[in-house]
Design a protein around this ligand. Structure first.
Ligand SMILES: Cc1cc2nc3c(=O)[nH]c(=O)nc-3n(C[C@H](O)[C@H](O)[C@H](O)COP(=O)(O)O)c2cc1C
Length: 364
């Protein structure tokens, strides 16, 4: 059963193209360029303290009046286990010692889950109607109520049918259907699973008959042809992350840009040890060390991520490609180094959406 009104019409955006709200990489300038070109720009606030949100929103709103897609992390607060955590720290110690850097004495979360936040109204009061999505789970019901009062449509990324059912039962307005190809973290609710098992298209086709919610497909889409294929398979919109990493408006760190530009022919890996939750990125020395030396029991997200971030902070510029995470989806070799608006226009053209055709139209 389909909702009568197409998702993008309801959101008030001309084209069914979402730029993924990527924490640390998506800037207000990137989101605004996408919004001005007719897509939905996104900002990932999962790793940003609430006192900085208003300034980011103001930067976006100064540039663009189109709706915005914000994203937050709803992982469970990580349990600590001194033996487990010390075993992880000891296995990572040689990486720090090789840099002459001190090994952190404990693992600690680099940021709080969204569900720990008490006051949402104050940091988000300037928000205009748009989209808020969640990664790694759902927020508290009262937080969902507050966001709805602020005019937000609520989406959640899911990687399997069970999590999709949980999300629908919680009353979200749509699902981001994240396939195995997706770059960055896979939104597994338990945090300990192995990531999405289905390809984006297979997952979309499996989910489509089971729900009337709008579905946004995400994972491995680098071209307009791939975007079109997912629309034809029943997606109401398609979300692209990796495709935007080389845009000048993105704050992709220089070492990761260099790596992505050069890494033709390399494979991406879906691995839990970078952060404690499965994420897809390029294999490098950090990956090979963690995968070879670390215990099978990975501390929960985001405890190991703190260590990965500290290692990158201690590394000299020349070692960063080897020692920092470089998230990327499958098919990243096709990504283009273009200003975001030019990239969006190219994607729309390739998807045969540039003539003002609106999407989300499916047979009932
Ligand atoms: C560098 C990077 C950072 C990401 N950060 C987030 C994030 O903060 N929140 C989120 O919901 N998804 C995040 N994602 C995942 C995207 O939402 C999306 O699922 C994914 O990019 C789709 O796959 P693709 O990268 O192959 O296009 C990130 C992806 C990348 C590549």
């Amino acid at each position: 059963m389909r909702e009568a009104t197409p998702l993008c019409d309801r959101l008030g955006i001309p084209y069914p193209l979402f730029q993924a709200p990527m924490a640390g990489v998506a800037t207000p300038e990137l989101a605004a360029a996408v919004g001005q070109a007719g897509g939905l720009g996104g900002l990932g606030l999962g790793a940003t303290a609430p006192e900085h949100w208003a300034a980011l929103l103001a930067r976006y709103q100064a540039l663009c009046s189109a709706p915005l897609h914000l994203n937050f992390f709803c992982h469970a607060p990580p349990s600590t286990d001194p033996n487990r955590d010390q075993a992880w720290l000891s296995a990572c110690a040689p990486l720090f010692e090789a840099l002459g850097a001190a090994v952190p004495p404990t693992l600690s979360p680099p940021y709080e889950p969204f569900s720990a936040l008490e006051d949402l109204e104050a940091p988000l009061k300037s928000l205009r109607p748009g989209v808020v999505s969640f990664h790694f789970g759902l927020p508290r019901p009262d937080q969902m109520d507050t966001l709805r009062r602020l005019g937000q449509r609520l989406l959640v990324s899911v990687t399997n049918l069970d999590d999709a059912r949980v999300a629908e039962a919680a009353g979200v307005d749509g699902l981001i259907v994240q396939g195995r190809e997706a770059g960055g973290h896979h939104s597994v609710f338990s945090g300990q699973a192995e990531g999405s098992v289905h390809s984006t298209e297979a997952f979309l086709r499996a989910l489509r008959p089971q729900t009337g919610l709008p579905l946004v497909a995400a994972g491995g889409v680098m071209t307009g042809q791939a975007l079109r294929k997912l629309l034809d398979a029943g997606a109401d919109a398609v979300q692209l992350g990796t495709a935007f990493l080389l845009c000048p408006e993105a704050s992709t760190p220089p070492a990761q840009r260099a790596r992505l530009q050069r890494a033709k022919g390399e494979k991406t890996v879906l691995y839990r040890g970078f952060s404690g939750s499965p994420a897809r990125g390029l294999a490098n020395r950090l990956f090979h060390h963690l995968a070879g030396a670390c215990p099978a029991e990975v501390p929960p997200y985001p405890l190991p991520y703190d260590l990965s971030k500290r290692l990158a902070a201690a590394a000299p510029a020349g070692a960063l490609e080897d020692l920092s995470v470089c998230w990327a989806g499958e098919g990243f070799e096709a990504l283009r180094e273009l200003p975001a608006a030019t990239l969006v226009r190219a994607l729309l053209e390739e998807a045969r959406l540039s003539q003002g055709k609106r999407i989300g139209v499916h047979d009932a």
